[in-house]
Design a protein around this ligand. Structure first.
Ligand code: R5P
Length: 307
């Protein structure tokens, strides 16, 4: 097996390669003055099982194009199988038509990946559990929830604690986490987002409310959902708020917004590499590398036993 890193995911790809006892394989990436890219696979990949790790958050278009070119280069160079590890699957939020006249961006991405010859996708905490069904190729949908559960167990939170989903869409996620944590009580917040302006309104909390809240979401983009949830929780007597989100999309002023909010700590994962200027004091990053490596190890041993 050979592991390649797209430029959006070098540190994670390095950790994954290390965890399966491999060195990262080499890619040359040349960017022309107008921004176009030339990709070249340096290592020999004939009949190899190849893995490309490339997250597709900001800038999603740029990162996707690079991934497409790497896959094409591998295919042309004779790779036998290509696994695209896309820890954050960009455009997943546009998985259907919300209003007449919209494009289904995710479907376009899926068509591209399949047409280029990707054989398998590994990804994390998709916005909707239906997304893997849109692919014709196998999709391994992993979750950071077990990592979050381990962390929550270690936080000294007294006895009056609960899990919170900041929107109704996260109810399934929060129920799974509650089960992992021996039926920890949970609550769900009612959130509305104006599709045109993006403005968020939270109205009500359904479920058990305690003093310490573990807010769990799939991603943080602007941070507005978390801040709105935190304000509502504080109004309802919550004293401490610890946030867990798989994907640190962190657009705009998210870092400042979160640092200045009433939340005590923000745990995210390395599905998206966070640039220095978007890191902040309350932030802690947990790694998903071992989970990816575990799946790849199984893939390697399946290939061995089949040959
Ligand atoms: C939306 O339904 C997602 O689960 C997240 O809550 C949302 O994408 C977060 O976005 P933002 O940080 O911009 O409020």
């Amino acid at each position: 097996m050979k592991v390649f890193a797209g430029s959006a995911s070098k540190p994670l790809a390095q950790k994954v390669a290390h965890a399966i006892a491999k060195e990262l394989s080499q890619i040359e990436l040349h960017i022309f003055p107008d921004g176009e890219k030339r990709v070249r696979v340096v290592d020999k990949v004939i009949d190899e099982d190849c893995v490309v790790v490339q997250s597709t958050s900001t800038n999603a278009d740029k990162n996707y194009m690079e991934l497409f070119f790497i896959v094409d280069a591998l295919k042309r160079s004779g790779a036998k199988k290509i696994t695209a590890v896309i820890p954050y699957l960009g455009y997943q939020r546009q998985d259907h038509v919300f209003r007449d006249g919209e494009a289904v961006s995710l479907e376009v991405i899926i068509k591209m990946l399949e047409a280029l010859g990707v054989n398998k996708v590994i990804t994390f905490d998709l916005h909707s559990i239906k997304i893997p069904e849109f692919f014709k190729i196998p999709v391994v949908h992993l979750s950071a929830l077990p990592l979050f559960a381990e962390k929550i167990k270690k936080i000294d939170s007294g006895t009056d604690y609960f899990l919170v989903s900041p929107d109704m869409g996260g109810t399934r996620r929060i129920k799974i986490l509650s089960e992992i944590l021996n039926n920890m009580p949970y609550a769900t917040i009612e959130k509305d987002r104006d599709l045109k302006s993006g403005k968020i309104e939270v109205s009500e909390i359904h479920g058990n409310v305690g003093k310490v809240a573990f807010v769990v979401d799939d991603m943080i983009s602007t941070g507005n959902t978390i801040v709105a949830a935190a304000e509502l929780l504080n109004k309802n007597g919550v004293k401490r708020i610890v946030v867990f989100a798989t994907h640190p999309v962190f657009s705009g002023n998210a870092a400042k917004t979160l640092q200045e909010s009433s939340v005590e700590k923000v745990f995210v994962t390395d599905t998206i590499a966070i640039p220095k200027e978007k890191q902040f004091k309350k932030l802690e990053v947990l790694s998903v590398a071992e989970m990816i490596a575990k799946n790849l190890k199984t893939q390697m041993s399946n290939v061995k036993s089949a040959s």
